[in-house]
Design a protein around this ligand. Structure first.
Ligand code: ADP
Ligand code: MN
Ligand code: MN
Ligand code: MN
Length: 336
C-alpha cells in the first residue's frame, strides 16, 4: 500500500533558517534509506535560489516513523543540493559530515537541551495575560499546577510523538518563563543529534497546529526581566568519558577561549540580547568556565567533577541555533 513520506529540509530564511516540508507518496513501506528517491523544490520560494533557475535537490539522509500519520508513513530529513550537485550554501550538514568523519575515532557525542516558547494565536506566550504581565519569574521552572504550567497538553503530545519515532529523546521540563519549556535530545553522534533535533522541532510545530499554538525559538522572546531561550549543548569525546577524562574536559575548555567570538557569532540570532550576564547566562563579551556554574559560558556539571570524567555543557547556543553548525564548531575547536 502506498505510504506518505514527509520530506523535511532547512530553508534559507534570514536571519534564522526555518524548517520546510512536503509530502511524497511512495509505492510501499520503506526499510532502507536507499529506497528513498531524491526530490526537488522551488528554491526561489525558500530563499535558496533566484527565480530563473530555482530548482534545488533534496537528498534523504535520515528517516523514522511518522507518529502523526501512523502506519508505515515516515518523516524524512534531507540535505539540500544545488542544480550543480554541490551542497547548497544553506546545507551546513554537509560540512559537518566531513568534520565528523575526520574525528570519528574520538567518538564525539552530543546532548542538546532545546528550549522553546509556546505562543497563543495573538503571539503572546502562554501564561501572559492580555494587556499585562504574569507574576515575576520564580515559580514556573519545573512547576506543576494550572497557575504556573501553561501548555502541558501540547508538551505531552509532543513527547509521546517523539517517543514513537524512536529518536533519542531524553526528557522534558518546564522552564523559567511562563509558556517556556525544554526537551533534550541525546546522547547522540554529531550528525544524529541534529537530525533528531530537526525531527523533534518539526513535530512540535506540527502538533502545535492542532492546538492553535505556535512555537517560538526566538532567543529573547520577551524583553526585560524574562529569561531568554537557549539550546545548551552538552559534549564529550571518548577521552573525556574515560577514567581521568576531566583533564581532557579542562583542556577543551581552554581551547574554546581564543575562539569565543567565533562561537558566539554562530550560535543563533539574537544572542547578544540573550547572553547578557543575567538570567543564568554569561555575557557574550566574556568567556568563562566553571564547575556547577550556570553563570559561566561553559559549565562542568558537578557530577562530572566528582567522577573525574564525563562531559561539558556549552551554555551559549540559542534556541534558534543550527545544530549542525554548533556541532561542527565544537568539534573543530576541541579536536581540530
Ligand atoms: P541541565 O538542565 O542540568 O543543564 P539536562 O538534563 O537538561 O541538564 O541536559 C543534560 C544533557 O546532557 C542530557 O540530556 C544528555 O543528553 C547530555 N549528556 C549526558 N551525558 C553526556 C555525554 N557524555 N556527552 C554528551 N552529552 C551528554
Ligand atoms: Mn536542561
Ligand atoms: Mn533549560
Ligand atoms: Mn543546561
Amino acid at each position: 500500500m502506498a505510504i506518505r513520506a514527509e520530506y523535511i529540509w532547512v530553508d534559507g530564511t534570514v536571519p534564522t533558517a526555518q524548517l520546510r516540508s512536503k509530502t511524497k507518496i511512495l509505492p510501499g513501506p520503506v526499510k532502507d534509506l536507499k529506497q528513498l528517491p531524491e526530490w526537488g523544490f522551488d528554491g526561489s520560494s525558500t530563499n535558496q535560489a533566484e527565480g530563473h533557475a530555482s530548482d534545488c535537490i533534496i537528498r534523504p539522509v535520515f528517516f523514522c516513523p511518522d507518529p502523526i500519520r501512523g502506519g508505515d508513513n515516515i518523516l524524512v530529513i534531507t540535505e539540500v543540493f544545488g542544480a550543480d550537485g554541490k551542497p547548497h550554501s544553506t546545507n551546513t550538514r554537509a560540512a559537518l559530515r566531513a568534520v565528523a568523519e575526520k574525528h570519528a575515532a574520538q567518538e564525539p557525542m552530543f546532548g542538546m537541551e532545546q528550549e522553546y516558547t509556546l505562543l497563543a494565536e495573538d503571539g503572546r506566550p502562554l501564561g501572559f495575560p492580555e494587556g499585562g504581565y504574569p507574576a515575576a519569574q520564580g515559580p514556573y521552572y519545573c512547576s506543576v499546577g494550572a497557575a504556573t504550567a501553561f501548555g502541558r497538553d501540547v508538551v505531552e503530545a509532543h513527547m509521546e510523538a517523539c517517543l514513537q519515532t524512536g529518536i533519542k529523546f531524553a526528557g522534558i521540563n518546564g522552564e523559567v518563563m511562563p509558556g517556556q519549556w525544554e526537551y533534550q535530545i541525546g546522547v547522540a553522534g554529531a550528525l544524529e543529534v541534529g537530525d533528531h533535533l530537526h525531527i523533534a522541532r518539526w513535530l512540535l510545530a506540527r502538533i502545535g497546529e492542532d492546538f492553535g499554538v505556535s512555537v517560538s525559538l526566538d532567543a529573547k522572546p520577551m524583553k526585560g526581566d524574562w529569561n531568554g531561550t537557549g539550546c545548551h549543548t552538552n559534549y564529550s569525546t571518548k577521552e573525556m568519558r574515560a577514567e581521568g577524562g576531566i583533564k581532557a574536559i579542562l583542556a577543551a575548555c581552554e581551547k574554546f577561549r581564543p575562539r569565543a567570538e567565533l562561537h558566539v557569532k554562530n550560535y543563533g540570532y539574537g544572542i547578544e540580547e540573550r547572553l547578557t550576564g543575567k538570567h543564568e547566562t554569561a555575557s557574550y563579551k566574556d568567556f568563562s568556565f566553571g564547575t556547577g556554574n550556570r553563570g559561566a559560558s561553559i559549565r562542568i556539571p558537578l557530577a562530572v567533577e566528582q567522577q573525574g570524567k564525563g562531559y561539558l555543557e556549552d551554555r551559549r547556543p540559542c534556541a534558534n541555533c543550527d545544530p549542525y553548525l554548533v556541532a561542527r564548531l565544537i568539534i573543530e575547536t576541541t579536536l581540530g
